[in-house]
Design a protein around this ligand. Structure first.
Ligand code: F6R
Length: 260
């Protein structure tokens, strides 16, 4: 596990973007796992800027998103498909058929979850999975208590996650109660994981993710077992980790990256 410490949200976004751009430039058919929420918005803005500069093309890229709400179709402004179109896909040259999100309005939900898994396999697996972290340690929409062996599945959202995400809806009552999420085992099969964490609000979650014993009650602890995790976190998000960090005793390394 490697931690890259950056000053703020902007630096986190630009550094994450440069890692993805480099991967896309160096590979013919890269497969990238994407997340929604506030955390990757700056990353997507930076990817669009790189595309507009002509630094990168997404023609060969295949994407798989982590999750989608159940009951929202893709034209619904609060669906994750809509978010992704608006924040990234509509502004770059990725072919539509190479974009994948779970189908929130499927009538064959179980079959669709199985197909989602096999589509990831057919694409050769995910090279780099971008993750954010929930306040309760969720990754994707894998809430506390989800099996570490889980595959793409339907989940009940917890009250705290619905509350945190209600900012995108006109009222809490409108936040769906279920979602479809890539499973934890699916996420762990990604060749590389890029976890982005910004802000003081996430300091406790990040601390627990990397220091607490592995527990399905705090799903992000599983990342401690992945051989290729890079965490890009800003100073505020790292504040609690740094309080007790001892380089000689830690299982992870913190590297400071300063932008030019
Ligand atoms: C989003 C996702 C979630 C978010 C997490 C953090 O696709 O899978 O796990 O990454 O809820 O959300 P933000 O970034 O809004 O704090």
């Amino acid at each position: 596990m490697q931690i890259i410490k950056v000053k703020n949200y902007e630096e986190m976004s630009v550094i994450a973007s440069s890692m993805l751009v480099e991967h896309v430039q160096q590979n013919e058919s890269p497969v990238i796992g994407l997340a929604t929420g506030s955390t990757p918005e700056g990353l997507y803005r930076s990817l669009i800027a790189e595309y507009r500069k002509g630094a990168v093309s997404f023609q060969g890229v295949t994407t798989f998103n982590l999750d989608e709400y159940v009951g929202l179709n893709k034209d619904d402004a609060t669906s994750y498909q809509f978010y992704m179109n608006q924040k990234l896909f509509d502004h770059i040259d990725i072919p539509e058929e190479q974009i994948h999100l779970p189908n929130g309005v499927s009538e064959e939900l179980q079959q669709d979850c199985t197909d989602y898994e096999s589509n990831i396999q057919k694409a050769g697996g995910i090279d780099i999975q971008v993750l954010g972290i929930g306040l309760n340690g969720h990754i994707g929409f894998n809430e506390p208590g989800t099996s570490f062996l889980s595959r793409t599945h339907a989940v009940e959202l917890t009250a705290s996650t619905r509350e945190a995400n209600s900012r995108y809806f006109s009222s809490l009552a409108e936040v769906p109660t279920q979602a479809i999420s890539m499973g934890i085992a699916t996420i762990m099969e990604s060749k590389k994981i890029l976890l982005l964490v910004s802000g003081e609000e996430k300091a406790e979650a990040l601390y627990q993710a990397i220091n607490s014993p592995l527990s399905e009650e705090f799903p992000a602890t599983i990342l401690q077992l992945h051989p290729e995790v890079t965490i890009i976190a800003d100073e505020l998000a790292l504040s609690k980790v740094l309080e007790s960090y001892d380089e000689s005793e830690s299982a992870f390394e913190i590297k400071e990256l300063q932008m030019k």
